[in-house]
Every structure is written in C-alpha cells, then in structure tokens.
Design a protein around this ligand. Structure first.
Ligand SMILES: *[C@@H]1O[C@H](CO)[C@@H](O)[C@H](O)[C@H]1NC(C)=O
Ligand SMILES: *[C@@H]1O[C@H](CO)[C@@H](O)[C@H](O)[C@H]1NC(C)=O
Ligand SMILES: *[C@@H]1O[C@H](CO)[C@@H](O)[C@H](O)[C@H]1NC(C)=O
Ligand SMILES: *[C@@H]1O[C@H](CO)[C@@H](O)[C@H](O)[C@H]1NC(C)=O
Ligand SMILES: *[C@@H]1O[C@H](CO)[C@@H](O)[C@H](O)[C@H]1NC(C)=O
Length: 388
C-alpha cells in the first residue's frame, strides 16, 4: 500500500510542471480586482464516531493502555459532534450567500484561511476523496465558483491525519480539481502574486500549525509526524516569508495563515511573533481564520482580517461581541451567536477596500443573527498605506 502511494507521489513529482500549470489562476490586469476571503468551512459529509464507541469503548481502551489514533479521538470531540447538524446547514447556506455576494461583486478568486475539511481533514484514502468531493468540490460549484481559483491554506483540522493529509491537499487536490491552488511545488507554504493594471499584491501562505507549541505535546490530537518535523524547521517558513517579502516590490503584501496573532479568544502571540515581525517590517496585512467569526483588529499599526465565519460560528471566539481592547475594531458577534459570512477585498493601486459580509441567519423558525440587508457590507475599512 505504502509502496503504491510512494509510487504515485513519484509520478506526481515527475509531472510537477504539469500539475502546477493545471491550476487556474486569477485574471491579470484589472484596475480593481475583487477577491473573497473565507475560512473554517468544510463540514458537509463529516461522519463522527458513534457515541457508543466514544463514551463506552474508548475509555476502556485508554484504561488498557491502547493507543488511540488522533483521528478517532478528534472525531469523538463532543463539541464538534454536537455542532454537526448546525455546521452542515451553516456551511451550505453560507456557500450560497458567498456565491450571491460574489456574483454581485464579481469576485475573481477565493483566498482560504484554512480548516478546509472538518473534523480531521482528508487523507489519501477513499474516505478522504469522498469528503473532498462533498465538502468542497460539490459545495462550491456554481456561479462564480465555477471558475474562481481558491488559493488554499492549511488549518489545524486539515493536518490531524499527518503527512498523508498534507499531501492530499497540497499535491492530490490540485490535480483533482484545477480550481484548488496550492502553489507550484506541492509544499504547505508558498507564494503567489495577484497582478492588476498598475499594481501587484504578494501573498505568502504559511502553515501556522507548525508554529504552535501546544501542538507539540504528545496529548495533542495535532501531534503527529508532520507537525513534529515541521515544528523543528519553522525557520524554513520564516525565511521564506522574509525572502519573499524582501524580493517583492508589490504595493500590498499579505501573510495568509490559519491561526490568529491577535484574537478575542486566544492570541498566539509568542508562537507567531517571528512571522509578525516580518509583516510589521514591510507594512504587511494579515489574513487569518481559526476563530469562528468575523473581526477586524489593528495592533501596532498592522491590520488583522479574521474571516472564520463560513461554517460553524462561535460567539465566544469573538468574545460575544465585547471588545477586549482598542485593538478590536469590529466583531460580528452578539451574546448568543457569531455571524456567518466572509470578507471581500477590492484591490487597486491606491487602496485595499475591505468589506465584511454577515449573513442574515434565518434558521427554521428562528433568526440567529438578524441582518437587515445582508447583501451590503456590515462593516468596511480601507487600507491606503502601501506595503514596503
Ligand atoms: C470581473 O473581473 C474580471 C477581472 O478584473 C474582469 O476580467 C471581468 O471582465 C469582470 N466581469 C464583469 C462582469 O465585470
Ligand atoms: C443549532 O441551532 C439551533 C437553531 O436555532 C439552536 O437552537 C441550537 O442551540 C444550535 N445548536 C448548536 C449546538 O449550536
Ligand atoms: C508524553 O510526554 C510525557 C512528558 O512530556 C512523557 O512522560 C510520556 O511518556 C509521553 N508519552 C508518550 C506516549 O510518549
Ligand atoms: C490579545 O492581545 C491584545 C493586545 O495586547 C489584548 O488587549 C487582548 O486582551 C488579548 N486577547 C486575549 C484573548 O488575551
Ligand atoms: C511594533 O512594531 C515595531 C516596528 O514597526 C517593532 O519594532 C515593535 O517590536 C513592535 N512591537 C510589538 C509589541 O509588537
């Protein structure tokens, strides 16, 4: 089995040039290019482990000292299991909402901030392929989604199954569907440029899973051969960011990662600092997810755009709408709910216009997050200070 997989990867490596060229990319030359930023979405099709196993069998196995695969532990997560029905509805409804706003705004590309496949990613197995098909290929298939490339990024749920899951998203998925873009080298970190009429924007995608010290505890479900190895070599990704930003003469420079440096629930301040120092040096902009809500933070003159609201939203991730400090400019949450939605960026020479779209969350006979006119942005701001 492993031999077959290795053999296929060897073929993929040989076809390297071919698979890179197969992915579609955003159109060049626009005066204003609109892109969608979306995160934390891929729930549809997830089948959790049954209660009988999680509640009765699992404790016995643990007591007997039997090692439980991370995937099984993660797929027993009681919070995630409880949210499955809502999460599935939220992803589906938000997908059509994003499609609606994006057809109005003419989005030319989608920028993902990770957590593409819940609960434990998609590895190179029949189950992984089926999940990829349901949670992404079929979910985002109509209107602008028919042709827009998705510039992808890994989140913690994407890497639970380790290297095989990373390989699936970085090497197999781009061959499976040409809208799924993961760089040209099949690596979990990469760069791309969006090129307008008289402007350029450089994006650097980094796998922040490698930077989190708490994922290095052997009790973490994210502790596996992939995270152990890439945690030892975070310098590779830090240097990649530094060199790419240094070489780039772009008007706008973005760091695209999953985890938040600035947050209303957990700031990964120490872990992500080496990346943020480089962003600050270049007047860059940070795009992230992980917190299941929409927010705008400004800290030490750097803009942090949180777009984690395209699947199961969590009010606590945006501190129930209560700002913890002046760094919090906008939180799309109230006491009970965080809004579903996403962010658009209209990129031009003179500005990046950032708009937050929060969905009116009508649900059965209820409205979980009333928004009067949800085809208009709930909040927006403009970045005019160029990167350097
Ligand atoms: C949408 O934007 C793309 C990229 O700028 C452009 O080529 C296309 O003509 C636009 N379509 C419409 C309908 O405005
Ligand atoms: C799911 O949504 C319903 C509908 O309003 C809500 O009452 C319930 O609390 C939600 N459940 C979870 C686990 O979020
Ligand atoms: C996990 O780490 C702890 C110390 O951090 C160690 O005592 C324990 O043996 C480790 N367990 C396994 C299964 O490696
Ligand atoms: C994150 O950092 C900001 C700025 O230092 C701070 O005000 C805020 O309380 C922190 N958030 C959390 C959840 O600790
Ligand atoms: C704020 O940014 C400056 C550079 O712009 C940097 O020297 C300083 O260390 C940063 N401070 C913090 C607390 O991140």
């Amino acid at each position: 089995m492993i031999g077959t997989v290795r053999h296929l990867f060897a073929i993929v490596a040989l076809l390297g040039g071919v698979f890179a060229k197969r992915s579609v990319v955003a159109p060049k030359g626009a005066e204003v290019l609109t892109v969608a930023v979306i995160g934390d979405y891929g729930w549809v099709g997830w089948t959790p482990v049954p209660d009988h196993f999680c509640l009765e069998v699992l404790p016995e196995l643990v007591a007997a000292g039997i090692t439980i695969p991370n995937e099984v532990l993660n797929d027993c997560d009681p919070g995630d299991k409880a949210s499955l029905v809502n999460a599935t509805a939220f992803q589906t409804d938000t997908a059509s909402y994003v499609g609606q706003v994006c057809s109005m705004k003419n989005c030319s590309a989608v920028i993902s901030v990770g957590d593409n496949i819940y609960d434990s990613g998609a590895d190179f197995s029949t189950g992984g392929i089926l999940r990829f098909q349901e949670a992404w290929v079929d979910m985002y298939s109509q209107g602008v989604f028919e042709y827009a490339p998705w510039y992808q990024c890994l989140g913690n749920h994407d890497i639970v199954k380790g290297q095989s899951a990373v390989d699936f998203q970085t090497k197999i998925a781009p061959l499976y569907d040409d809208r799924w873009y993961f760089g040209t080298k099949g690596l979990p970190y990469y760069t791309y440029d969006l090129i307008g009429k008289d402007w350029t924007a450089t994006f650097v995608v980094v796998d922040s899973d490698c930077f989190l010290s708490k994922y290095q505890k052997n009790t973490s479900v994210y502790y596996n051969e992939y995270t152990i190895e890439c945690h030892k070599h975070t310098k590779v990704q830090v240097d990649f960011l530094a060199e790419t930003f240094k070489k780039s003469k772009a008007d706008w420079k973005f760091l695209q990662v999953h985890h938040p440096y600035m947050s209303s629930s957990t700031n990964y301040t120490m872990d992500l600092l080496p990346l943020i120092e480089i962003v600050e040096e270049h007047n860059g902009i940070v795009l992230n997810g992980h917190d299941h809500c929409l927010a705008h933070y400004v800290y030490n003159q750097t803009n942090y755009i949180l777009s984690g609201g395209a699947g199961y939203t969590q009010a606590g991730d945006c501190n129930n709408g209560i700002k913890l400090g002046p760094y919090a400019k906008f939180l799309a949450a109230n006491a009970e709910t965080a809004a579903n939605g996403f962010v658009t960026m209209d990129i031009s020479k003179h500005a990046v216009n950032v708009e937050y779209y929060a969905r009116d969350m009508q649900f059965e006979n209820n409205d979980l997050y009333p928004v009067k006119q949800d085809l208009k942005p709930t909040y927006s701001f403009e970045i005019t200070k160029h990167s350097k």
